[in-house]
Design a protein around this ligand. Sequence first.
Ligand SMILES: Nc1nc2c(ncn2[C@@H]2O[C@H](COP(=O)(O)OP(=O)(O)OP(=O)(O)O)[C@@H](O)[C@H]2O)c(=O)[nH]1
Ligand SMILES: [Zn+2]
Length: 210
Amino acid sequence: MTTSQELDGQSANGTGPAPELPPFDAERAEAAVRELLIAIGEDPDREGLRDTPGRVARSYQELFSGLRADPPAVLDRTFSENHDELVLVRDIPMFSMCEHHLLPFHGVAHVAYIPGTQGLVTGLSKLARLVDLYARRPQVQERLTTQIADALAERLDTRGALVVIDAEHQCMSSRGVRKPGARTTTSAVRGSFKTSASTRAEALNLIRGG
Ligand SMILES: Nc1nc2c(ncn2[C@@H]2O[C@H](COP(=O)(O)OP(=O)(O)OP(=O)(O)O)[C@@H](O)[C@H]2O)c(=O)[nH]1
Ligand SMILES: [Zn+2]
């Protein structure tokens, strides 16, 4: 069984995959969920809950599958289009898990970039895949936003990259401060989106639907 000491120093939440992360430990996850059910005062052996530890373990395996992925690798398939203008995919549905409470936060991601001097563009779906893979990790919204922008800037060698995420956190709506409807917007800008106010304004205007 893997211990937290064995994982020490190779946490998977950097820009790429964790080197040699052990496989998902379904048995351990099931045992933990069973313990949690007992802790809240439930009977894990009653009919309705008997399969719950297994179901939750499988859900967690899916929800956190991005820990064992190398998200920027989805950008490796590029096309030479000699395009040096803005590319924007907006309203990409985004679903992630807040690492503080292990509760969902979900909303939309807008991803924009300006190809580098080589004019290399990537497939549009790859931008959505990049969002998905980073989202399937225990996250905070700021880091998720930054990781997507950094992957674009570094892997595609873009002139500029801009990522905006707008999300609602269930840890703020269903518990704690209980403010359903409150939305959080984060952005990360790289390259020309940072240095040129007009380039940034053009992208933000398009994101707003202008
Ligand atoms: N900056 C940031 N904060 C987040 C994110 N997701 C959750 N949080 C916040 O993480 C904080 C954790 O605060 P703590 O005081 O340690 O935990 P808590 O007692 O459960 O806090 P409350 O949610 O205020 O009840 C809360 O303020 C959450 O709203 C995120 O993506 N980014
Ligand atoms: Zn939270």
